[in-house]
Ligand binder design. Sequence first.
Ligand code: PAF
Length: 280
Amino acid sequence: MLIFNKKADLIDHLQSLKSSSIGFVPTMGALHQGHLTLMNKAMSENDITVVSIFVNPTQFNNAEDLAKYPRTLDRDVEKIEHLSSKIVIYAPEVNDVYGDNTLSEHFDFDGIEDQMEGKFRKGHFDGVGTVLKRFFEIVKPTNAYFGEKDFQQLAIVKKLVSKYNIPVNIIGCPIHREHNGLAMSSRNERLTEENKEEATLISRTLYKVRQDFGTKSLQELVAEVSEVFANNPHFTLEYFEIANAETLLTATEIVEGEKYQAFIAVFINNVRLIDTISLN
Ligand code: PAF
């Protein structure tokens, strides 16, 4: 199993392989089944699969959130090795990616960056764009794989590669859920078993919104979700939005032929969880 900590060594290795396709799965570690599914897909579609494990400091707007983000490198490596010892891991330290300048570039993603996650996590998508642009330059992947739980991130990555003409196909993959409906997330590591059960309210609420979509106004649906969480002392709702699935702009009415997506961010026991569902 090859694990590189230095980009220069990874670049040398990838060049020596002269492979015809590289699949890339960028992660921040604390790997779960969702990540492993992305890796399986990458392996089935490419000669080589590279997985990065890097908790990217520039995409956190909150120092406590960064400090508490789960870091489980040994377990992550074991999980990957169990899947396939042919996967190449890039697990750098911050200075290998940023040198002595741990700052983001500023990006214009045509306004998508100002919605939802961008509104509540200032600078988040500049950090995501910065690290992915660097990773794409290092790995030069043919295909890169992202989970649809981070639906807005997926839209941002598509903008990034199209604006900078980065020659990589961006492939979105469906959300993986626990049996009880909780969307898989590295942050779930920070939940107690009780929290994990309570957190099923998030997906249950989204399923209910999907069921009611088209029978109630969007304003009613939004108000109902606010009420569900306001009445539950375990949660603090940060946002619930119904947006156009293409533009990610908040929808105020349903227009025939358009696709809509619901987005939620909620705190449970100080852990911030996001989830999303397609409504039509
Ligand atoms: O989705 C994530 O885990 C991160 O945002 C990513 C894409 C690895 C960039 O740091």
